[in-house]
Design a protein around this ligand. Structure first.
Ligand SMILES: *[C@@H]1O[C@H](CO)[C@@H](O)[C@H](O)[C@H]1NC(C)=O
Length: 359
């Protein structure tokens, strides 16, 4: 072997070694992501004298196959942050399934048995329009992770904002509204003890490819301490979903859920956001007030997106949309947003009305 061959061989081997090291590094770095993320968050929180707890994983229907390693070794990507926690999109390595992981900050949660009771309650809720809780992990340093399915088609807020043609189709508006109402009906009337959603908004309504809606974050406020719950309520107010009578999150009720639901209906119908960030001097900030003024001022064109009526001729539906149906839908939405809780319909009345409109 001459010296050139030798040199090539050495260089080749060195390159190969570096490549292998790089691959190994990437592999382990990716694999440790959820773990690493949690440690980062943990170290930035003040330690609050908690004893080391036992690590545990509780799984619920359709989550039975989960293991602690699946969850902690999943490479994860942060997709949302709030005062009380962080949302990750994580790829479970063994099953190759994508899951949504919600990390709850230890300082924000209710303590002790109450937390566990709420988890078992939430874990048992199953309905075709509610996002199921698949599992729950508690770590040795008080870290908590909730595991949910991941819905790759995004949420209702994005869908309305993107304004693609489908969001102005009457049939789709009706399907989404009825689906949300059915999910909410299950929470309010289908369980042994009613669960108040507490944070209903279009961002918490996930969609599948057929635009079937799934309500997420049901009863999450029940896991939070009073301060964190209050912060959630303030966020809901800033986004325009808080019923006017609601002062403390612990007073959230079925009526306040109905108010938030009414806002979602108005969003669907008008394509507008619940709070107008840039109102002109004669426009109201809040969507229901804006609508009320539009009615008083006889500005019917402001009540719903004009394309909804246009879709009539294109779709060849057996149930064509009419202005009359749209106005009935609008009146229902406004009744849900009534300033007085006692004037709002309950969820059964809502569903009954919606089914009558769609029929
Ligand atoms: C509740 O959560 C907040 C964070 O939202 C935290 O600052 C506070 O210490 C917690 N309060 C209690 C009593 O644990």
């Amino acid at each position: 072997m001459n010296i050139t061959h030798m040199l090539i061989l050495v260089l080749g081997l060195t390159a190969a070694t570096f490549f292998i090291l790089f691959v190994v590094y990437i592999f382990f770095y990716r694999k440790r992501m959820i773990n690493t993320e949690l440690e980062d968050i943990e170290s930035s929180e003040q330690k609050h004298g908690d004893m080391v707890q036992r690590e545990c994983l509780i799984t619920f229907q359709a989550g039975e196959a989960l293991t602690i390693c699946d969850i902690l070794d999943a490479p994860g990507e942060v997709i949302g942050k709030s005062n009380y926690g962080t949302l990750y999109k994580a790829l479970l390595q063994r099953s190759n399934a994508i899951r949504l992981l919600r990390f709850l900050r230890p300082v924000c949660i209710t303590r002790g048995k109450e937390f566990d009771d709420v988890i078992s309650l939430l874990g048992c809720i199953r309905h075709s329009n509610l996002v199921p809780l698949l599992g729950y992990y508690a770590g040795p340093r008080g870290e908590r992770l909730l595991v949910y399915p991941f819905y790759r088609h995004g949420n209702l807020a994005q869908f309305i904002k993107d304004g693609n043609g489908d969001s102005h189709k009457w049939a789709i508006i009706c399907r989404i509204s009825i689906g949300i109402a059915k999910g909410l009906e299950h929470l309010h009337t289908g369980l042994e003890k009613p669960i108040v959603h507490g944070n209903l908004k279009s961002k918490n309504i996930l969609l599948d490819r057929n635009y079937e809606p799934y309500i997420s974050d049901s009863g999450l406020h029940l896991l939070l301490n009073l301060t964190a719950g209050h912060e959630m309520l303030e966020a809901s107010e800033a986004q325009g979903y808080k019923a006017p009578e609601l002062i403390k999150m612990k007073d959230a009720s079925e009526e306040t859920d109905i108010y938030s639901f009414g806002i979602c209906l108005l969003e669907l119908l008008s394509g507008k956001e619940p709070i107008n960030q840039h109102p002109t001097p004669d426009e109201d900030f809040y969507l229901p007030n804006f609508m009320r003024n539009a009615v008083l001022g006889n500005r019917i064109a402001d009540l719903f997106h004009p394309d909804i009526l246009l879709s009539r001729s294109r779709d060849h539906d057996e149930n064509p949309v009419t202005e009359e149906l749209i106005l009935k839908f609008f009146q229902l939405a406004m009744a849900c947003c009534s300033p007085s809780p006692s004037l709002r319909p309950n969820i059964e009345q809502v569903l009954w009305k919606l089914e009558e409109i769609v029929k």
